[in-house]
Design a protein around this ligand. Structure first.
Ligand SMILES: Cc1cc2nc3c(=O)[nH]c(=O)nc-3n(C[C@H](O)[C@H](O)[C@H](O)COP(=O)(O)OP(=O)(O)OC[C@H]3O[C@@H](n4cnc5c(N)ncnc54)[C@H](O)[C@@H]3O)c2cc1C
Length: 478
């Protein structure tokens, strides 16, 4: 199936028309601003060209977005939605220039409905605000991406963001009950609602979730809340081998008869780079080859203490070097600051010669994957740091070349391809939570069969026949 990729340029008349929709303060052609809003967290030097929108618009409500989409269709100008720009796949990068649509001004928490255990929010609310607002009402919003202090909930839904609590509570999509969406033709529709069940028609809520801003613009979201817990504790568990650390994960779940709310992994390289980046020290950072971080929560302090003691014993039986308990605010914050800073720490060490990966495989294959990664690293002469949500089988691998090397792109590309072949063999896929976006689209066909690639194109064009909304993403089109 073919799509239109020929678009009109933004002219002075377009800017006048956009100002009539968004007002003077809702439209910017300022060069620096446009450049800043045309980026996400994918390093600009990794792109093959300079992707830059022609104008940025700041929406305040769904009606403005509806008017924009009708106008964009009439004049064939592409529109790229943007949340906080913390994305790691170029989803908010305007592949065909046009209009960048910022949702940052739609940032209100509209309602907390304790009776229905829901919160209704606009897309520009920062994720951590939602966590805090729910907690203040003794409730919990279980979405917890490492970028939660910066990312917006609309971006989380559009990416079906994962994070640190997926192993127990599921990814963002598990917490979305309904949404208001401006469709690419400008119509405004509600999918789902404050209902726990709904089989009236297709499940558009979960088609939109993870659609990376290509099928519609999410303008309101109804989130599912859970009862809160009273106490939480984390374990930091160093191991002298990566395999032993990974093998301990199923033991914790089956022998411990529990699913921790987080099971995170950091290899030695990412732990040491994080220490260096934060100028701090974590136990056994030099002696251990890998650390697990396990989080538990409960309503009774003593039974929580019993549970973590039991899990600690299991970890020691599985070969842990030691078990460190973080059960007060200061030590817990320090530990999670470390885990949540791993990405920046690794990138800041090797900023130019890298590839950041988000592969996901069946959790039982992670140890095999890590052994294979070590072999690829030696054979292809690349270094790597690996950390991630090991309980979900989701690993973030940063492949990098340490020495200044003009062939770094080819070297890393070879290692990346070798790694993807292994991921495919192990029953895994390209991205677990960061999305395909622009960054990974050429690799998508390796993991999706031809029928699926075609179906993705048909679904996209069924929603967006003129290919106006965030075109050129998810699968190759040309
Ligand atoms: C340090 C760091 C740590 C991270 N940790 C995690 C993690 O643990 N788990 C995880 O899953 N991700 C993580 N990420 C990636 C990123 O934070 C998530 O993908 C996040 O969901 C993006 O949200 P955003 O608001 O920044 O979206 P943006 O980057 O602005 O946009 C992302 C995509 O969503 C679309 N979009 C945004 N808003 C809307 C809307 N209202 N309607 C329709 N489409 C929209 C955009 O078009 C784009 O395709 C991390 C990123 C960084 C930098």
């Amino acid at each position: 199936m073919k799509a239109n990729f020929s678009y009109s340029q933004v002219t002075e008349k377009t800017i006048e028309d956009l100002i009539s929709v968004f007002g003077g303060s809702g439209v910017s052609v300022d060069k620096e601003k446009v450049a800043a809003y045309s980026k996400d967290e994918v390093a600009v030097h990794l792109w093959d060209k300079n992707y830059e929108a022609e104008v940025v618009c700041f929406a305040e409500n769904a009606e403005q977005i509806s008017a924009l989409m009708k106008y964009a269709n009439r004049h064939r100008i592409p529109v790229t939605p943007r949340g906080a720009g913390t994305g790691l796949s170029g989803g908010a990068v305007p592949a065909y220039r046009g209009i960048e649509l910022s949702l940052e001004r739609m940032n209100r928490i509209l309602e907390l409905d304790a009776a229905n255990l829901t919160m209704t929010v606009e897309p520009g609310v920062v994720t951590a605000e939602i966590n805090k607002t729910a907690a203040a009402a003794n409730l919990m919003y279980a979405g917890d991406p490492c970028s939660g202090d910066a990312s917006f909930i609309g971006g989380n839904v559009a990416e079906n963001a994962g994070g640190n609590k997926v192993v127990k509570y599921g990814a963002t999509g598990n917490h979305v009950l309904g949404m208001e969406v401006v469709l690419p033709d400008g119509s405004i529709s509600w999918f789902g609602g404050k209902r726990r069940k709904d089989v009236t028609g297709y499940d558009f809520v979960h088609l939109m979730t993870g659609s990376e801003g290509t099928l519609g613009i999410i303008t309101k979201i109804i989130l599912r809340l859970l009862p809160s817990y009273s106490f939480a504790a984390d374990l930091l568990v160093p191991f002298d081998s990566v395999k032993r650390a990974i093998d301990a994960v199923p033991a914790v779940i089956t022998k411990g008869k529990t699913i921790p709310c987080s099971i995170e992994f950091m290899d030695k390289c990412s732990m040491m780079l994080t220490e260096q980046y934060l100028r701090t020290k974590f136990p056994f950072s030099h002696e251990a080859e890998a650390h697990l971080i396990l989080q538990f929560e409960g309503n009774d302090r003593e039974s929580l203490a019993d549970e973590i003691e039991k899990i600690g014993d299991i970890c020691m039986e599985e070969g842990a070097l030691e078990v460190f308990v973080a059960d007060n605010r200061t030590t817990r914050d320090k530990l999670w600051k470390g885990r949540k800073s791993a990405a920046e720490a690794v990138w800041s060490y090797a900023p130019t010669q890298i590839a950041n990966e988000d592969i996901v495989i069946p959790a039982s294959e992670i140890a095999v994957f890590m052994e294979g990664l070590e072999k690829i690293s030696r054979a292809d002469s690349v270094k790597y740091a690996a950390y991630g949500h090991v309980g979900d089988g989701n690993m973030h691998v940063t492949l990098y070349v340490e020495e200044e090397n003009k062939n770094w792109r080819e070297i890393i590309e070879k290692a990346r391809r070798d790694m993807y072949d292994m991921v495919k063999r192990l029953g895994g896929t390209l991205t677990g939570e960061h999305g395909v976006g622009l960054k990974r689209l050429m690799y998508a066909p390796q993991f999706l069969d031809a029928a699926q690639v075609e179906l993705i194109r048909r679904v996209k064009l069924a929603f967006d026949p003129n290919n106006i909304l965030n075109p050129g993403k998810i699968v190759p089109w040309t």
